[in-house]
Each structure stands twice: as C-alpha cells, then as structure tokens.
Design a protein around this ligand. Structure first.
Ligand SMILES: [Zn+2]
Length: 148
C-alpha cells in the first residue's frame, strides 16, 4: 500500500480522520523497529540531500501508514503509524518512502503529488532490493515477537 504524503501545513488534501500529526505518540518502540528506522535513514542520507529530520512514532488505527510533515522552520517530521502489525523491513520501506518526500520538498510534493508518490515508491524499492543492499536482506520480514 502506498503511504500517502501529507504536509499538515501545506497540503489541504490530507484526510483529517487519518492524519498522524495529532495522533497519540508512542513512548518507545521495539529494538528491531528502532534498528530498521536507523538503517533506513542511514541509507537515505547516503543517497539523498535530506533536511533535518525527526522520526515520530504514533498509534492511529485506520490512519495513514506514514506521512511527511514539512514545518515552517525547515525541519521535517516523518510520522510512522505502528498500529498495524509491521515487520521491520516494512518499517524501513516506509521510512525510505517518506525520506524521498522529505528530500523532494513540500513545493514539489504539493505540485506533483502523483509523481512524488511514484518517485518515493521507486526509491524505497530500489534501496530495499535485497540484491543490491544486503543490510536489508538481513532485516526480519516477520512481525516483532513483542510490542513496546
Ligand atoms: Zn508518499
């Protein structure tokens, strides 16, 4: 499933019932999830010119999988919704997808929504291709055994 992009300050297409910016924050996450996020961000930074990023974990059943929030001060927040049972690899894919939006910036993402989605999906698929990036091959496809 494609994670829809939304910048709360600039994108009026966001569905407020599914928005993640106001969703309850999660105080901690499973270690394997934290590792997957760190791995994805490291690969994204190696390939993209990224702004300063915050990664925020939220729980909103029925909400978007993830979204990128562009802030007026130039920082970008990647919100990740972990209500669904996610594998670390899927979390990494979502981080890569949102990181591409962060690199593309709010002007491009707003003006060219469909193209921004396609670019983000291609980027995430390319980086997570296990034949090209062994780190991702080692990520567990299974769901975590316990939740934090
Ligand atoms: Zn997207």
């Amino acid at each position: 499933m494609t994670a829809p992009w939304a910048g709360s300050a600039v994108n009026t297409a966001v569905d407020s019932a599914r928005d993640l910016v106001g969703a309850p924050r999660l105080p901690s996450i499973a270690p394997e999830m934290r590792a997957a996020v760190a791995l994805a961000l490291a690969h994204a930074r190696a390939r993209l010119a990224l702004p300063a990023l915050d990664t925020i974990w939220v729980a909103r059943p029925g909400g978007y999988d993830a979204l990128t929030d562009f802030r007026p001060d130039g920082r970008v927040a990647i919100f990740l919704n972990i209500c669904a049972d996610l594998s670390p690899r899927e979390v990494a894919r979502r981080v890569l997808h949102e990181a591409k939006h962060a690199a593309d910036g709010p002007d491009f993402c707003n003006a060219h929504y469909a193209e921004a989605e396609a670019r983000a999906n291609v980027f995430a698929a390319h980086v997570t291709d296990e034949r090209q990036t062994l780190d991702f091959y080692r990520l567990d496809w299974r769901r975590p055994s316990r939740r934090h």
